[in-house]
Design a protein around this ligand. Structure first.
Ligand code: ATP
Ligand code: MG
Length: 427
C-alpha cells in the first residue's frame, strides 16, 4: 500500500474516524493485479475530511466525495452513504450519509467490489466478496434486477469486469442483465463507449450473447438506426436460439478451443489493438453494416482514432470474404495483423452464419494458422536493427521487410536469419 494511502487512512483514524480502502483497489490487490486508483470510505463527513488535510479538492462534495492531494497522487475519500430512489435509471435522487460501513458496502454494484480493507490489511467482507473472487464470479450485491434497474450502467460494467478479469457472470445476475438491458438507455452513449472500449481492450473474450445489446441499441434515439437494426437482428437470432450460450460456443469451437487457449492473454500482442473482443465487435459490425456506419459508431462512442482504424480495418478484411488462401495470406501480411484475433473473429463469423466444414472461414483460418510459415511480422527472423546493420537505410528497411514477408508466406524462403540474408542480398 503506498505511503500516501496509509497516511490518509491513519490521519482519519487518529482523528477518531473509521477509514477503509474499498472498491477496485481492494479487489485488484486481492487478485494480485496492479492498482491504479485508491478509494477510501469513511464515516467522517466531507467537511471534517477537508479540515484534516492540507490539500483537498471538493471533487464531488454533493455525493460526499473529496480528493486528498497531499502526496504525489490523488486519493478519493467518500463518506459512507446509502443511495435511494433512482427515478432516472442512472443517478440516485437522494444521497444520504450512512453510519456504518456495512450500509455503504450494500450500495455497491458487485460483491467483488464490496470488500473493505483497513490500513493493517484486515478485511471487512459481509457480502462474501472474497469467496466470489476465489470462484471467479461476478455477482450483483442484493437483488440483481433491482440493482440493474436502479442504474443501467451496472449492466455493461458487469461485462467489462468479465472481459478484464476473465470471471463468469453468476446466473441470476446474468439473467437480470439480459432482462433489464433496456435500462442502458438512461446511460449516456459516452459512458457506454468508455465501457465498450474497456471490453474491447480486455484480455478475456466476452461471448457475444452476453453483450445482449441489441434491444438497447434498437431503442436508443441515437442517429445510428441501421446499426441498431443490425444489432437487433443479431439479438433476435441469438435469443431465438437459447442454446447459443457458452456450451454451444464450445461445441462449435470443438477441439480448437485448445488452439485459442494456446494464446493466453499474456501472449496476445502487447498492443491493445488486437484483442478478441475488439475483433468480435468489429466482426459483428462487419456482418451487419457499412463501413461508414461502423466508423460513425466508433466515433460517436468517442473511441481513440487508432482503435477506430484498427477496428475498421479488421471489419473490412472480414467483409472481404470469401478469401482464397494466397489472398488471405497476402492480406494478413499486408496489414501486419495477428491471426489469433482474426481466428476468434472468424469463429464468430461461422457461429453467426453456420457454414459447412469446407467453406468455414474458421477452419480455413485455422489451417492457415497451423501452416503459415509466418503469423506476424514480429516473427521475422531478422529485425529492423539487423537490416540496418546489413547496410540498409531509411525506407529500404520497410521495403526489405515487406519483400521478406511476401517471400516467406509464398514459401520461397525459410524464415531463418541466414536464409533471409541470402535471399535479400544474393537472390
Ligand atoms: P476500476 O477503477 O478498476 O475501473 P472500480 O471497481 O474501482 O474499477 P470505479 O468506477 O473506480 O470502479 O468505482 C469504484 C467503486 O465504486 C466500485 O468498485 C464499486 O464498489 C463502486 N461503484 C462504481 N460504480 C458503481 C455503480 N454504477 N453502482 C454501484 N457501485 C458502483
Ligand atoms: Mg476505481
Amino acid at each position: 500500500m503506498p505511503a500516501q494511502v496509509v497516511h490518509v487512512l491513519n490521519v482519519l483514524s487518529q482523528a477518531g474516524y473509521e477509514a477503509f480502502l474499498v472498491g477496485g483497489c481492494v479487489r485488484d490487490t486481492l487478485l494480485g493485479r496492479s492498482v491504479h486508483d485508491y478509494d477510501v470510505a469513511t464515516n467522517a463527513h466531507p467537511e471534517a475530511v477537508q479540515g484534516l488535510f492540507t490539500h483537498v479538492i471538493p471533487t464531488g462534495i454533493g455525493h460526499g466525495t473529496v480528493t486528498v492531494t497531499d502526496g504525489h497522487f490523488p486519493v478519493e475519500v467518500t463518506t459512507y452513504r446509502i443511495e435511494a430512489d433512482y427515478s432516472d435509471g442512472r443517478h440516485p435522487d437522494k444521497v444520504a450519509y450512512a453510519e456504518r460501513l456495512s450500509d455503504d458496502l450494500l450500495r455497491r454494484d458487485f460483491t467483488i467490489n464490496a470488500v473493505a480493507m483497513d490500513a493493517a490489511g484486515k478485511l471487512v467482507d459481509p457480502l462474501n466478496g472474497q469467496r466470489d473472487l476465489h470462484r471467479r464470479l461476478i455477482r450483483a450485491v442484493g437483488d440483481p434486477s433491482e440493482r440493474f434497474s436502479e442504474d443501467g450502467l451496472r449492466i455493461i460494467r458487469a461485462l467489462r469486469f468479465a472481459a478484464q478479469l476473465g470471471f463468469t457472470i453468476e446466473t441470476s445476475t446474468h439473467r437480470a442483465m439480459t432482462f433489464e438491458v433496456l435500462r442502458l438507455q438512461a446511460v449516456s452513449m459516452e459512458r457506454v463507449g468508455q465501457e465498450l472500449l474497456k471490453i474491447a481492450a480486455g484480455n478475456w473474450f466476452v461471448v457475444l450473447p452476453d453483450l445482449a445489446l441489441g434491444p438497447y441499441l434498437h431503442s436508443t434515439k441515437q442517429p445510428l438506426d441501421r446499426l441498431q437494426r443490425a444489432f437487433a437482428k443479431v439479438h433476435r437470432i441469438v435469443s431465438s436460439c437459447p442454446e447459443l450460450g457458452w456450451e454451444r460456443w464450445r461445441k462449435i469451437f470443438g477441439s480448437d478451443t485448445d488452439a485459442l487457449r494456446a494464446f493466453p492473454p499474456a501472449q496476445w500482442p502487447g498492443t491493445p489493438l488486437f484483442r478478441p473482443n475488439l475483433a468480435a465487435i468489429a466482426l459483428w459490425m462487419a456482418h451487419m453494416t457499412s463501413q461508414s456506419t461502423i466508423t460513425a459508431l466508433f466515433r460517436s462512442l468517442a473511441w481513440q482514432k487508432s482503435f477506430v482504424s484498427t477496428a475498421v480495418e479488421t471489419a473490412r478484411l472480414l467483409r472481404a470474404r470469401p478469401w482464397t488462401w494466397s489472398e488471405f495470406r497476402w492480406r494478413e501480411a499486408l496489414v501486419e495483423s495477428d491471426l489469433s484475433a482474426l481466428y476468434t473473429a472468424c469463429a464468430l463469423a461461422d457461429w453467426l452464419k453456420p457454414t459447412d466444414r469446407h467453406t468455414s472461414c474458421r477452419i480455413r483460418l485455422f489451417d492457415v494458422f497451423q501452416e503459415t510459415p509466418l503469423r506476424s511480422v514480429r516473427e521475422l527472423a531478422v529485425s529492423g536493427h539487423q537490416l540496418a546493420a546489413f547496410g540498409l537505410v531509411g525506407p529500404q528497411i520497410g521495403i526489405a521487410i515487406r519483400k521478406l514477408v511476401h517471400a516467406i508466406i509464398s514459401e520461397k524462403v525459410e524464415n531463418s536469419e541466414d536464409d533471409l540474408r541470402r535471399f535479400l542480398f544474393h537472390a
